[in-house]
Design a protein around this ligand. Structure first.
Ligand SMILES: NC(=O)C1=CN([C@@H]2O[C@H](COP(=O)(O)OP(=O)(O)OC[C@H]3O[C@@H](n4cnc5c(N)ncnc54)[C@H](O)[C@@H]3O)[C@@H](O)[C@H]2O)C=CC1
Ligand SMILES: O=C(O)C(=O)[C@H](O)COP(=O)(O)O
Length: 377
């Protein structure tokens, strides 16, 4: 079996070489010519998989080690009988960690108090539900918009998009869709953005293009900078709007899902799916494919007050300010054009909160709510 895989897929050679010959390629620049005698194509979000790429090739199966599938023309794959699997939920915890790291940063730098605030989440899939459930467990009021659902996780009230946009913290986790009954492209348009008020926080970690970037810039200036912005995804990646990035508290190159474990789980999920598709028994186990964390245990100073204790635990494991500083530096200096993909390829992966035990005498429950492993003393 001939397998072509994106070079940014961790463990892909280890896992798949038992099944065939694996060749690594740059997913962004992949062409149909490279796929002529290929059986299996393994991609990430940067490869547009459609008729133009697959027509005339011998590809029988496509695996995408991602949650999002907006880069895949699934109708075309179905019409050609080409098998397809993505990796639902693989990096949902990683994205939730990103959201809380952004909030920890906002608390530590600007005193934004999100504990006890009203939280609005757009999209209640694997990511949106994971994020919402953590806020609920922390005792926050959580509302959400998801036009395809009647109910979400316990404690989350589904309401209109207009009302969700009135929340203190708004987390965007909708997939990118341009067709169907509720397309998300430009869904949070000028009309919604112009109603944002001073002090609100937006964390955007779904897909670029869901919130209107020009409207956001306009509203940021109208509110004299009193909007808190953490943006991970951009319209027109890999060429983000650097005027907007400069206004953000946190600006990152689409790495919310880039925990070590999240990326490894992506590869592992499609390995399993491919084995099922070709009726092969999987030789590697989850434990072989997904790493343990580097920080086994943290012991917190029990005299810290709640907001700071949580923020410091979060930042000890994953400080998103590091990624934001690197993004702003690289994009504004030596690598304007290639910087986005370079940063992603050379990302210093972090571990998920769920790999670290955090000990705190008083806030054990809150730390567990955030996703950490915990012991009370
Ligand atoms: N920044 C990053 O690194 C990452 C971004 N993502 C993005 O997050 C998206 C969501 O991930 P999951 O929750 O795991 O996907 P999912 O497929 O489990 O759930 C998507 C949810 O969004 C809802 N939805 C669809 N259209 C909507 C609309 N117009 N408004 C509000 N909700 C809508 C669906 O009903 C569904 O409940 C992915 O499609 C992907 O684009 C995912 C992982 C990492
Ligand atoms: O899983 C998704 O969906 C994502 O957005 C991925 O985290 C994006 O990573 P790449 O596939 O672009 O490396």
């Amino acid at each position: 079996m001939k397998i072509i895989a994106d070079e940014n897929m961790p463990n892909v050679v280890n896992l798949f070489s038992d099944l065939g010959e694996v060749t690594l390629v740059n997913g962004r620049t992949l062409t149909a010519e490279q796929l002529v005698d290929t059986d299996v194509l393994l991609v990430r979000s940067v490869t547009k998989v459609n008729e133009a790429l697959l027509s005339g090739t011998s590809v029988k199966y496509v695996g995408s080690a991602t949650i999002g599938t907006d880069h895949i023309d699934t109708e075309y794959l179905n019409s050609q009988g080409i098998g397809f699997n993505s990796a639902p939920g693989c990096n949902a915890d990683a994205v939730a960690d990103y959201v809380f790291s952004a909030l920890a940063y906002l608390y530590m730098t600007k005193g934004v108090r999100w504990l006890g605030a009203r939280i609005g989440v757009v999209g209640q899939g694997n990511v949106g539900r994971c994020v919402a459930a953590r806020f609920v467990a922390l005792g926050c009021e959580v509302v959400a918009y998801d036009p395809f659902l009647q109910k979400s996780v316990p404690g989350v009230t589904l309401i209109s998009l207009k009302d969700v946009m009135d929340s203190d913290v708004i987390c965007l986790h909708a997939p990118l869709t341009k067709t169907g009954p509720y397309p998300s492209f430009d869904m949070i348009n000028d009309e919604y953005v112009a109603k944002l008020k001073a002090g609100q926080t937006i964390v955007s970690a779904g897909r670029g293009g869901v919130i209107n970037e020009q409207a956001l810039i306009k509203q940021f200036y109208a509110l004299e900078g009193q909007l808190n912005l953490a943006l991970d995804v951009w319209l027109g990646e890999p060429h983000p709007n650097m005027e907007l990035a400069a206004l953000c508290d946190i600006a990152t190159p689409h790495i919310a899902g880039y925990s070590k474990q999240g990326r490894e789980k992506g590869t592992w999920y499609i390995y399993q799916s491919l084995c099922q598709f070709f009726d092969i028994s999987a030789k590697s186990s989850f434990a072989d494919a997904v790493s343990q964390g580097s920080i086994c245990e943290l012991k917190m100073n029990s005299s810290l007050e709640r907001d700071e204790a949580l923020a410091r635990a979060i930042q000890a494991c994953f400080d998103v300010a590091r990624d934001s500083a690197r993004f702003k530096h690289v994009m504004s200096s030596f690598a304007k054009d290639k910087g986005f993909d370079w940063l992603r390829k050379n990302y210093v992966e972090r571990d998920e909160f769920n790999t670290t035990i955090v000990k705190h005498a008083k806030f054990a429950h809150d730390l567990a709510a955030l996703g950490f492993l915990h012991k009370s003393h």
